[in-house]
Design a binder for this molecule. Structure first.
Ligand SMILES: [Ca+2]
Length: 171
């Protein structure tokens, strides 16, 4: 169940240029724009355009939804990507992982963009522990803070905020 008090906040934060059904290709298309960054989700592929750079999600990454915002409050636009892919890691495993899993799992990727680096990955999660059926942003009253609300299939919600190296649970 999506709280009626949350999604109007998301509408205030995001500028939805269009969310339409592309008749020529039969794929749903969603476009969002924020601080000069444009994100276009067509089918399961996301295209990001910002700072004279273009990035398209690679094959094998099925994008389910995206949110544009400034999640880490550094003034530069970010794209939060909810996707499914096989395996938690790419070719290079972190030192504490001996073997990549091969399951298809849900992930949250965050890309950022600035003039110096163009579009770059800011943070990429391993497999999320709980299925996410919906998500949105919430502004904390009185604070310049974006909180990501993750909604499970049973309607339960968890809140997350940016904490220097990644998303951290928010009370
Ligand atoms: Ca940012």
């Amino acid at each position: 169940m999506v709280s009626q008090t949350i999604c109007p906040l998301m509408a205030l934060t995001l500028i939805c240029l269009s969310c339409l059904f592309c008749l020529s290709c039969g794929q749903a298309k969603k476009e969002l724009e924020y601080k000069g960054l444009k994100a276009t989700l067509k089918g399961k592929t996301l295209k990001i355009e910002a700072c004279s750079d273009v990035y398209t999600t690679e094959k094998g990454v099925d994008v389910e939804d995206m949110i544009v915002t400034d999640i880490n409050n550094d003034g530069a636009p970010d794209v939060l990507v909810l996707c499914r892919k096989r395996g938690s890691y790419g070719d290079h495993l972190p030192f504490f992982v001996e073997e990549n899993d091969r399951e298809i799992s849900q992930h949250i990727f965050i890309y950022s963009a600035n003039e110096k680096r163009g579009i770059y990955p800011l943070w990429m999660s391993s497999a999320v522990p709980r299925e996410i059926s919906d998500w949105c942003l919430e502004k904390v009253p009185g604070r310049d803070l974006n909180v990501l609300v993750l909604i499970a299939p049973d309607g339960s919600e968890t809140r997350w905020r940016w904490d220097y190296f990644g998303l951290k649970g928010y009370p």
